[in-house]
Design a protein around this ligand. Structure first.
Ligand code: SF4
Length: 175
């Protein structure tokens, strides 16, 4: 299995979400939040498809296959653009984009930064990849492999973010 930006995103959010997703227990298609996000992404795509390049990247990092699909890469200015429907800037989004910046670097493609756009907030967030971020990502992908291949699903978080998670019903069905 390739480790992708989505795995990094979920790794930052919740180990259980990461495990469920990686083990193909997927609820995203039934989530209004995700559906809403897809509309925003599609609208953005129509507006930008002529301006930016879509690229698919792969890299074998010490036997760990990494991949990432960048929908809006501005080759001229060396900027990754991401759109998120969320109504708050999330650390998980930032790490997802850091992962893409790292993947570009591993493929010897120059990138200056990432820009995450939050249409609902009318806000943008710049993302830079620092050397300590690379150290973190190197460790994270190893931990992700260990986590997703573990037979046991991590426990429910009981956190505020659960309320907006697509796995909410699945995780709290017994309560
Ligand atoms: S509902 Fe909570 S515990 Fe369950 S996967 Fe989502 S964030 Fe994790």
């Amino acid at each position: 299995m390739n480790i992708t930006g989505t795995h990094i995103n979920y790794y930052r959010l919740c180990p259980r979400k990461l495990w469920l997703f990686a083990n193909e227990i997927q609820m995203e298609q039934t989530s209004n939040i995700v559906a809403d996000g897809k509309v925003i992404e599609e609208e953005s795509y129509l507006q930008r498809s002529e301006k930016y390049t879509q690229i698919q990247l792969f890299h074998d990092y010490n036997g760990i296959p990494l991949s990432g699909k960048l929908d809006f890469f501005d080759i001229k200015n060396k900027i990754i653009h991401e759109t998120k429907r969320s109504n708050k800037v999330e650390d998980a989004h930032i790490w997802q984009v850091k992962f893409y910046l790292w993947l570009l670097q591993l493929n010897d493609i120059e990138a200056e930064k990432g820009v995450i756009e939050y249409p609902k907030l009318r806000k943008t967030e710049e993302v830079i990849l620092k050397s300590e971020d690379i150290t973190y990502l190197e460790k994270a992908v190893v931990e992700i492999i260990g986590l997703i291949h573990n037979d046991r699903c991590p426990p429910v978080l009981n956190a505020k973010i659960c309320k907006s998670c697509s796995y909410y019903d699945f995780c709290y069905a017994q309560e």
